[in-house]
Design a protein around this ligand. Sequence first.
Ligand code: SF4
Ligand code: SF4
Length: 251
Amino acid sequence: MRQRIRKGILAFSMLMFPLTFFLLSPYVIILSASTGVINGSAMVFGSLFLFSFLFSRIYCGWLCPGGAVQDMISGANKRNWNSKGKNVSKYIIWAVWFSLILLLWMKHLPLKGDFLFLYKFDGHYIMIYTIVMTIIYLFAISTGRRGMCHSLCWMAPFMVIGETVSDFLHIPRFRLKPKPDACVSCGKCTKECPMGLDISRMVKSGNTDSTECISCLACVDICPKHAIGFGISQKRSHSLEQETILRKKEN
Ligand code: SF4
Ligand code: SF4
């Protein structure tokens, strides 16, 4: 039931994408910064950064229209696209892109806010929307499941940095809670994970924290042994295995 609701929300978000596209654009923010404006997409990215302090990457798993598009066509290429090498490219792209935006803002001080900067639903808008959608389709089909989230997404680093800051400040946030003793290593969760994470192994290790996890809860809902819980909690300093070893040493 929960996964049906999630997919319904994602489908709605995808339908609304022609309207919200402007507010998620990595290009319009550059145009706005070059005229000293903090536009709608800058405000959305800032909100996602703050949102992730408490709610991790729930946006990616439950709301993102780009994620919805990728999930919809994941049947065309079910390959997992998840490795350190593949994940790092989005941070490099993000660092160059966001540095440019910061430089432009600094050059055009004082800044002013304009949520609907350049928003005009015309032929030009539809053309850019079509190009972006084509890129998402082609990228996801040629890479694999949520390939764009892993390698290209300009929004994910805001949330990963938010999660890291949150953990550094010991702020409790949304995370999975493994129960290694309940897990029978059937592998169903790993097969179900849209991000291609080896969640089965992570549950067994007692540490399910991952910057690539989008909190979709597909693994939680598929597990026949209820070996994965979730909730808002602080980062654990040690995995269960490590804690067990430490406890044994203490005794
Ligand atoms: S689905 Fe549940 S029991 Fe099976 S491997 Fe995953 S956590 Fe373990
Ligand atoms: S580990 Fe679980 S919650 Fe995280 S992305 Fe994979 S299926 Fe979703």
